[in-house]
Design a protein around this ligand. Structure first.
Ligand SMILES: [Zn+2]
Length: 153
């Protein structure tokens, strides 16, 4: 899969700030990146913070929140291209993360930030984030950030 996701730096900044709001409460946080296909690449256009139930090592998007999300996708004519969430400790894809993912199409991305993103900034986001991509066998494979994501102005 060679599709490159183009992510504006403003979206990286907004993502970090949502995750750090969770850090203040010692909770995981999930945001979704919405976007569109533009030629061979995918342009990320919005960060969406779904209503969610969270705790120190857990997040869940209830059905009512999923309905709001689907309405937003129709309104904005976008699709979910990635999910980004924080962990209390290390950044990795847990078995719960594997089993539950709001994005389940081939090529979708899942990013995990360590330590609730409390020590992440725009400049080191690409170093701190662990990036996974759903492959054709429905497995989340870790990939190099730079191979799939390009942070753009
Ligand atoms: Zn997780």
């Amino acid at each position: 899969m060679s599709t490159v996701f183009q992510c504006p730096v403003s979206i990286v900044a907004e993502t970090i700030s949502h995750l750090q709001e969770g850090a203040k409460r010692n909770c995981e946080t999930v945001v979704l990146w919405l976007g569109r296909d533009v030629g061979e690449s995918i342009q990320i256009t919005d960060v969406y913070l779904p209503q969610q139930e969270v705790s120190i090592d857990y997040f869940r998007i209830p059905a009512s929140s999923m309905r709001l999300l689907m309405a937003e996708l129709r309104r904005s004519r976008t699709k979910i291209v990635a999910q980004v969430h924080s962990h209390p400790g290390l950044a990795f894809h847990s078995s719960a993360d594997d089993a539950w993912a709001v994005v389940r199409h081939i090529g979708a991305l899942s990013l995990v930030l360590p330590r609730f993103a409390s020590d992440t900034c725009v400049a080191d986001f690409s170093k701190k984030a662990a990036v996974y991509q759903l492959d054709a066998t429905d497995n989340w494979r870790e990939v190099q950030f730079d191979h799939v994501l390009q942070i753009v102005k």
